[in-house]
Design a protein around this ligand. Structure first.
Ligand code: ADP
Ligand code: 5GP
Length: 194
């Protein structure tokens, strides 16, 4: 059996990685999504155990102490982390798993699993377009948008260390590019013949 593959998709918040990851998951039912743990509050439309495991800070810290997280970061005042159980599920079953995590988390995954991971960085066409997408998404108030923008320079710099960089200007083109990268590393069944 193949050992499986960990495909990390990272980007500054608002660059479109969730949209791209969801498009791939819809087209390739064989792909698994790594459900992270977080202390941030649930957004409208999100589902517990599907988008995230939503935890209190105490519960999250207990998981850190118990060694249940491969990596974790404090981002925008909340904790986010990858569960070891999710990675083990992919590797032991020879499955391909997609990770929607931040740049530092992505680089941690590469350090822990250098031969099993592929890192893809999604870039916005410009910082201004990024800000506009975040404002249009309307999931954060202007203060939270400003907080997210503060990390962008660091994220663009760390993104240069990723295996691949994809600009998300036209969404369909970006999805096709990410798909091409993924299918160059792993064989996965698709739902459509196109
Ligand atoms: P992220 O997960 O990186 O924070 P999202 O996938 O939530 O970003 O995308 C941020 C917003 O930008 C969403 O409202 C999404 O619909 C929109 N968006 C994503 N890609 C594009 C694109 N290529 N052109 C225009 N809007 C986009
Ligand atoms: P959001 O609150 O928009 O869902 O996510 C905020 C940021 O946290 C995004 O960059 C997202 O990719 C990142 N993130 C989500 N889960 C994890 C995780 O498990 N580990 C790390 N390091 N970052 C994560």
């Amino acid at each position: 059996m193949n050992r499986g593959k960990l495909i990390v998709v990272s980007a500054p918040s608002g660059a479109g990685k969730t949209t791209i990851v969801k498009a791939l998951l819809a087209k390739y039912p064989g792909l698994l999504f790594s459900v992270s743990a977080t202390t941030r509050s649930i957004r409208a439309g999100e589902v517990e155990g599907k988008d995230y495991f939503f935890l209190t800070r105490d519960d999250f810290e207990r998981k850190i102490e118990a060694g249940e997280l491969v990596e974790w970061e404090e981002i925008y005042g909340n904790l986010y982390g990858t569960l070891k159980s999710e990675v083990d599920r992919a590797l032991s079953q020879g499955r391909v798993m997609l990770f929607d995590i931040d740049v530092k988390g992505g680089l941690s995954i590469k350090r822990h699993y250098p031969d099993d991971s592929v890192l893809i960085f999604i870039k916005p066409p410009s910082v201004e377009v990024l800000r506009q997408r975040l404002l249009n998404r309307k999931t954060e108030d202007p203060t939270a948008v400003a907080q997210r923008m503060e990390r962008v320079a660091m994220e663009l710099e760390q993104g240069t260390k990723f295996d691949y960089q994809v600009v998300n200007d036209d969404l369909a083109t970006a999805i096709a590019e990410v798909e091409k990268i993924v299918t160059s590393h792993v064989h996965i069944e698709t739902t459509t013949t196109s």
